[in-house]
Design a binder for this molecule. Structure first.
Ligand SMILES: *[C@@H]1O[C@H](CO)[C@@H](O)[C@H](O)[C@H]1NC(C)=O
Ligand SMILES: *[C@@H]1O[C@H](CO)[C@@H](O)[C@H](O)[C@H]1NC(C)=O
Ligand SMILES: *[C@@H]1O[C@H](CO)[C@@H](O)[C@H](O)[C@H]1NC(C)=O
Length: 475
């Protein structure tokens, strides 16, 4: 018996085929970027997924770039899509947000995130919300308000570590607590931990692409989303009644002249939690993985942080000047972002027929601007597929000539957390390497689908450095 989701899927499929046939004649006249649409309906989706489920997805793109050039047509996740591995085209796409291109996400994502999340907002409202978010994550705010909490919450978490640690899980706990603090001034407790448990379920829903409607995980995620939204609404309602305003993002949203309704505020907060949670924690984990696999970089990083630590009481809070003196760490941060590409690119939809590089992208088509393909292209980065933090030393223009490095996207949708992510990662590395020595507990593999992550959440064995030092002295 056909269930409702199956039926919807079939209907969508049939109408898509019909539409494709109808439009085919129009496309003959346009000059589409070369490429292959693969099999009917599924297109090249399965090839894409199997490439990204491996440690080395590059051949999927390399093969097509070699054959068709850096802009090619493919068919993924149910739609014909123009794939750009070209930095100039990518910049053009990012800069023309809202004019020629608009962000475009599947309905399954908008059900989970909420239509009022920053990711899905458009036009003037997006602009206001984006600048409000920016004003809460810019460097002077981090320096004067957030740094203290970042450092404190990281130390609090590391204090509890011993023996075997699943780094990815621990990093997620840290980033969740940080975001909750930043959004609504709560310190970690049972409430935040139970909220996080629901969150994990919501996040899993994102990974049910390309067929969310068939998935029990997705349905569970939608339920969890309702629970999280209720918990957040409760907070918003309470805060509206309080007479004094708090200096956090929720405070700013409530005080804003825009008079955002509760539903919009809840969607916004929910999406902020998603954004801060997955990405920064993955970067934290992968930086440690790459450093572990590059002992020379590890040694240099340790030396930098031991020097900072030698200057001050190890239990004292880190200051902005300490962060600013982490020169090599910034190279490690940039290189980790370049190689790992947590956000490997962005999907957009053409709002009109767009001519670019002698081709036409038809109105309504999907476009994927791949940052990853640019960051890992030897034409733009020497030895592009090796982790080499030293390339950023002395001169970052030398490392990324022509500004082809866009780990946080760009244009009106530049990731508002770009500076915050750097600071969190740097402070984490400082506390981690000065406190612990570690070895991987098991072999673990990096994969890129459904998101960039390691298969086993990167288990490591940690040992306090004070203890190991004592052992040396006692000998
Ligand atoms: C950061 O945002 C605050 C408002 O929250 C603003 O007063 C300040 O000028 C901004 N600083 C920078 C460096 O943009
Ligand atoms: C950066 O400069 C230092 C000293 O000026 C030099 O030793 C080092 O090789 C340079 N690094 C790179 C990547 O050019
Ligand atoms: C890291 O990349 C950013 C661009 O995202 C650049 O502004 C910065 O100078 C780079 N840092 C280093 C140490 O090269």
């Amino acid at each position: 018996m056909a269930s409702l989701p199956t039926l919807i899927f079939l209907l969508t499929t049939i109408s898509t085929v019909f539409l494709l046939l109808l439009r085919k004649s129009r496309y003959r006249r346009l000059r589409l970027p070369p490429g292959s649409l693969g099999f009917p309906l599924i297109g090249e989706t399965l090839q894409l997924i199997s490439a990204y489920k491996s440690e080395n997805p590059e051949p999927f793109i390399d093969r097509r770039v070699n054959r068709y050039g850096p802009i090619f047509t493919t068919h993924v996740f149910g739609e014909p899509t123009v794939f750009s591995a070209d930095p100039v085209t990518n910049r053009f796409i990012l800069q023309n947000e809202g004019r020629l291109f608009e962000s475009s996400y599947p309905g399954s994502i908008s059900n989970l995130l909420g239509k009022h999340s920053l990711l899905l907002m458009k036009g003037g409202l997006h602009k206001r919300m984006h600048s409000l978010t920016m004003s809460f994550t810019n460097s002077s705010i981090i320096k004067n308000h957030l740094l203290l909490d970042i450092d404190r919450l990281i130390r609090l978490n590391l204090d509890a570590w011993s023996d075997r640690v699943l780094l990815m899980e621990e990093a997620k706990k840290i980033t969740f607590e940080l975001t909750v603090k930043q959004l609504m001034s709560f310190d970690p407790d049972e409430w935040t931990e139970s909220l996080r448990k629901e969150y994990v379920l919501v996040i899993e829903g994102f990974f049910t692409l390309p067929f969310p409607l068939f998935s029990t995980t997705y349905r569970r995620a939608i339920k969890a989303r309702t629970k999280v939204a209720e918990a957040l609404s409760e907070i918003v309602r309470k805060r509206r009644k309080e007479s004094e305003s708090k200096n956090d993002m929720l405070g700013a949203l409530l005080a804003s002249g825009d008079h955002f309704p509760n539903e919009e505020i809840v969607d916004f907060m929910l999406a902020m939690l998603v954004a801060g949670y997955e990405t920064t924690s993955t970067i934290m984990t992968l930086a440690v993985k790459f450093l572990t696999e590059t002992p020379q970089a590890m040694a240099q990083l340790k030396e930098e942080h031991d020097q900072i630590r030698a200057r001050s009481d190890p239990e004292a809070a880190l200051e902005w000047a300490d962060y600013k003196s982490m020169a090599f760490t910034q190279c490690v941060v940039n290189e980790t972002l370049r190689v790992a590409n947590i956000i490997s690119g962005v999907f957009r939809r053409a709002m009109t027929d767009i001519d670019i590089k002698g081709y036409t992208i038809p109105k309504g088509w999907k476009v994927f601007a791949s940052f990853r393909a640019v960051h890992l292209n030897p034409e733009h980065f020497k030895d592009a597929r090796t982790f080499n933090p030293w390339r950023w030393q002395n001169n970052s223009e030398a490392a990324s000539p022509g500004n082809v490095y866009t780990p946080f996207g760009g244009g009106p949708r530049l990731c508002p957390g770009y500076e915050l992510a750097r600071v969190v990662l740097s402070i984490f590395l400082h506390r981690f390497v000065t406190r612990f020595s570690w070895v991987p507990a098991e072999e673990d593999k990096l994969v890129f689908f459904p998101t960039t992550r390691t298969q086993k959440r990167y288990p490591i064995l940690v040992k306090r450095r004070e203890e190991s030092r004592q052992c040396i002295y006692e000998k």
